[in-house]
Design a protein. Structure first.
Length: 193
């Protein structure tokens, strides 16, 4: 499903992440836009609704926009509708001044109140991010964790807690097998040693 709304979301996300700030993936030269597009593809693969796919593509626009080109929920509502704006906001860490540990703890707690559509968007985000971390770990080992604000141990613990919170929240999630596979890959790898 490739609609005009999805096309507009891709252009909007590309402007936010790459045009206005040339954002890259942590510690890499890969354009950031790869991540939200991957989330959108994951959601399309489970036949999510158009709004959920659009929210997946836009999920980091509020959180990661620069001050002079700040993306707001109102802006997303105007361009993509209130449902998309609400979904993006539901998975957005709003208080970037909090410590990493407090932000992540709050984000996990927030999952308990997610709608099924929010669970889908968060699932796609996690699958994209964690798959990339595991792939990078196979290539580069522990140096991957030098890119993060938290320690390797804290990062892995947060990933596992987040995945478990998502699984507990909605056990009929069409992405649950992918999430369980990530847990299996983490446990089988040397990443948690």
């Amino acid at each position: 499903m490739y609609t005009i709304k999805i096309q507009k979301a891709i252009k909007f996300a590309a402007k936010t992440h790459n045009h206005y700030q040339d954002q890259k993936r942590k510690g890499k030269r890969i354009p950031y836009i790869i991540h939200p597009l991957t989330a959108g593809i994951i959601l399309a693969g489970v036949n999510a609704t158009e709004d959920v796919i659009v929210a997946g593509i836009l999920h980091d626009t509020i959180e990661d926009s620069v001050d002079d080109k700040k993306v707001t929920p109102e802006m997303l509502t105007e361009r993509f509708g209130k449902n998309v704006s609400d979904l993006v906001l539901s998975v957005t860490e709003t208080d970037r001044d909090m410590s990493w540990a407090d932000r992540k703890k709050e984000a996990i707690e927030h999952i308990k109140h997610f709608s099924n559509d929010s669970v889908l968007v968060k699932s796609a985000d996690v699958i994209s991010n964690v798959s990339e971390i595991l792939d990078d770990y196979e290539r580069y080992g522990d140096e991957v964790f030098e890119r993060f604000k938290a320690s390797k141990k804290d990062t892995i613990e947060n990933i596992l807690k987040t995945i478990n919170a998502i699984i507990i929240k909605w056990d009929k999630n069409p992405l649950i097998d992918d999430l369980n596979l990530l847990i299996l890959k983490i446990n089988k790898s040397k990443i948690i040693e």
